[in-house]
Design a protein around this ligand. Structure first.
Ligand SMILES: [Zn+2]
Length: 65
Protein backbone atom coordinates (compact mmCIF):
# COMPACT_ATOMS: atom_id res chain seq x y z
CA UNK A 1 0.00 0.00 0.00
CA UNK A 2 1.33 3.34 -0.99
CA UNK A 3 1.16 6.19 1.42
CA UNK A 4 -1.32 8.70 0.19
CA UNK A 5 -0.83 12.32 1.02
CA UNK A 6 -4.23 13.63 1.85
CA UNK A 7 -4.98 17.26 1.32
CA UNK A 8 -8.15 19.28 1.40
CA UNK A 9 -9.98 19.44 -1.96
CA UNK A 10 -10.65 23.13 -1.54
CA UNK A 11 -7.95 24.80 0.49
CA UNK A 12 -5.18 22.25 -0.20
CA UNK A 13 -4.40 22.20 3.46
CA UNK A 14 -2.65 19.10 4.71
CA UNK A 15 -3.99 19.53 8.21
CA UNK A 16 -6.28 16.58 7.78
CA UNK A 17 -7.56 14.21 10.40
CA UNK A 18 -9.43 10.97 9.97
CA UNK A 19 -13.03 11.14 11.04
CA UNK A 20 -14.54 7.70 10.92
CA UNK A 21 -15.99 6.07 7.86
CA UNK A 22 -19.04 6.48 5.72
CA UNK A 23 -21.77 3.89 5.46
CA UNK A 24 -19.99 2.63 2.36
CA UNK A 25 -16.85 1.98 4.34
CA UNK A 26 -14.92 4.87 2.86
CA UNK A 27 -12.50 6.74 5.03
CA UNK A 28 -13.82 10.13 5.97
CA UNK A 29 -11.48 13.03 6.52
CA UNK A 30 -11.88 16.33 8.23
CA UNK A 31 -10.14 19.53 7.21
CA UNK A 32 -8.89 21.47 10.18
CA UNK A 33 -8.59 24.74 8.33
CA UNK A 34 -11.18 26.97 9.95
CA UNK A 35 -11.49 29.06 6.81
CA UNK A 36 -12.16 26.05 4.63
CA UNK A 37 -15.69 25.40 3.46
CA UNK A 38 -15.09 21.70 2.87
CA UNK A 39 -14.66 20.59 6.46
CA UNK A 40 -15.40 16.94 5.70
CA UNK A 41 -14.64 14.90 2.62
CA UNK A 42 -13.70 11.44 1.46
CA UNK A 43 -11.23 10.03 -0.97
CA UNK A 44 -12.90 8.57 -4.02
CA UNK A 45 -10.79 6.14 -5.97
CA UNK A 46 -11.45 5.62 -9.64
CA UNK A 47 -11.94 1.93 -10.14
CA UNK A 48 -11.41 2.02 -13.85
CA UNK A 49 -8.65 1.67 -16.40
CA UNK A 50 -6.75 4.27 -14.46
CA UNK A 51 -6.71 2.16 -11.35
CA UNK A 52 -3.23 0.81 -12.05
CA UNK A 53 -1.95 4.32 -11.96
CA UNK A 54 -3.38 4.69 -8.49
CA UNK A 55 -5.02 7.85 -9.53
CA UNK A 56 -6.99 9.41 -6.79
CA UNK A 57 -9.76 11.82 -7.16
CA UNK A 58 -11.01 14.02 -4.44
CA UNK A 59 -14.71 14.30 -4.46
CA UNK A 60 -16.99 16.17 -2.21
CA UNK A 61 -20.04 14.00 -1.85
CA UNK A 62 -21.65 15.62 1.09
CA UNK A 63 -20.99 17.90 3.97
CA UNK A 64 -20.93 16.47 7.42
CA UNK A 65 -21.27 18.73 10.39
ZN1 LIG B 1 -9.78 22.49 3.56
Amino acid sequence: MAVIQVSSPLCRSEKIVKRGKTDNGWQRYLCRNEDCETKSFILDYTYSANFLNHQKKLKILKRWY
